[in-house]
Design a protein around this ligand. Sequence first.
Ligand SMILES: Cc1cc2nc3c(=O)[nH]c(=O)nc-3n(C[C@H](O)[C@H](O)[C@H](O)COP(=O)(O)OP(=O)(O)OC[C@H]3O[C@@H](n4cnc5c(N)ncnc54)[C@H](O)[C@@H]3O)c2cc1C
Length: 471
Amino acid sequence: MTIHGSFLPLARFGSDGVSVPRIAIVGRGFSGLMTAIALLRRVRTPFELQLFDPHPDISGGQALAGAQLGEILNSRVRDLSVADDDVDDFDTWLRGNASFRNAVSAAIPGFRQIFVPKGMFSDYAYQRFSDALALRHDVSIRVRSELVLSIARRGDGRFAVATGEGPAQTCDIVVLATGYGTMRAGSSPPPEMPGARPVRARRLAPCPHIVLLGTGVRVVDRLFQLRDGGYAGRITLLSAHGFLPRSHTRFAADPMELEGEIPHRLPEIVRFLRQACRTAEENGQNWQSVMNAFRKQARSLWRDLPAAEKRRFNRHLRAIYDSHRNRLPEPHYLRLMRELSTGGTVLRKGWAGSFSDDGVTVRWPGEAREDFVAASTVIDCRCAAPDLTAPPLSALLQDGLAMPDELGLGLLVNAHGEVLVGDQATANLYAVGPLGLGSLPDIDLVPEIVSQAYAAAGLVARTCTALASTG
Ligand SMILES: Cc1cc2nc3c(=O)[nH]c(=O)nc-3n(C[C@H](O)[C@H](O)[C@H](O)COP(=O)(O)OP(=O)(O)OC[C@H]3O[C@@H](n4cnc5c(N)ncnc54)[C@H](O)[C@@H]3O)c2cc1C
């Protein structure tokens, strides 16, 4: 059984001069920013918020920071609202944006079905954060440009959050939003993340061959950046499974009613899905509507799967599932297909080993020996799983305040963002976003992050209200 919203044990505020609960959010990517918005909107009592991240700005994290001009999100506007009580909030914001409205006037009266640049979404999320903050004169916020190194439970039940700069901060509630892996002290952001290092045509022009590792949306972003930057040489997309993102439909693919109940065992689920997609296409509908319906039930199906089947899914099916859920807008998909048809870009299936700027060692399917593929540049676009050995996660695991999920992909969490140890929630410790990828399907996508952030904020609100009434 999971205990929701466990109250702060023992401690009372005020012992160190702070008279309201202090909440720490570790990570200021989209998950951290979203959690801040949800807290500002849901917690009605005063609180102090500390936002930790070594990146000095509030940029939207890996997905949004430094996005190239024109680089667009692969979700429709209708799926990107940061208001859980208004699915059209992003659409409303876009309609109120005169320059955007003039640029895409054809879409008026609404933009729900279109795809927009990452920068636009980042602006929207930041604006909603500012709007929510402007309404809260009883909340103080400290933006701290520091890497959190450890989080430990104090004797009085509160948390000591240490950054290596100054004394540890005492916090009542901690939300981990460290996304795709924590950075160790002294490390710099991964250099090859999309947008992290703009590619200049001059530098790349003489390069005969670039290898991109991975086949997800990051690879496609990077491929287009290279071409848009003027690189005309050979590109190899190398991945273990070789599944590229599939296409969105031109018009919205609303979830369709699935015939019959979805089975609860992995092989039957796969058979059911295949048949449902075939039937939909025979009837003039599309597989995207089937997948959209399936994803609505993915959470309960995942919860019921035995651990061995979850592991099988992760080994053999996750890549194909990802290629069907992380879809490209149709024009991008068509551009990708054109790229591959010219022969200038090739997709190859193989396991990448060590790599440097000279090339990469690869084991091709069915071969025992490693081959070496020479390249002028190798760019790693694979999605890094959270590093559970990095601080502050390792400290939490060591102290028994958190445990890895069954697949070892991240922390064990529930849909409310509570960090679990077995079936018990660790009081006042939450994790929002991709840290929960082994526990909850699709928790790396905006709609799921939004709903988890609000669910966590609801529990934090209960805790703060209870404390305010007893204080
Ligand atoms: C290229 C790309 C495109 C995407 N497109 C879409 C899309 O179209 N639709 C959709 O729904 N989703 C999309 N996503 C997925 C989704 O937006 C991301 O999963 C989400 O943005 C995750 O954000 P995050 O804040 O959890 O993680 P991150 O962006 O990784 O941010 C984590 C932050 O935590 C900080 N941090 C880490 N460790 C510490 C520490 N110890 N102390 C302090 N700070 C720390 C890091 O510096 C970082 O800023 C995309 C993702 C990517 C990468």
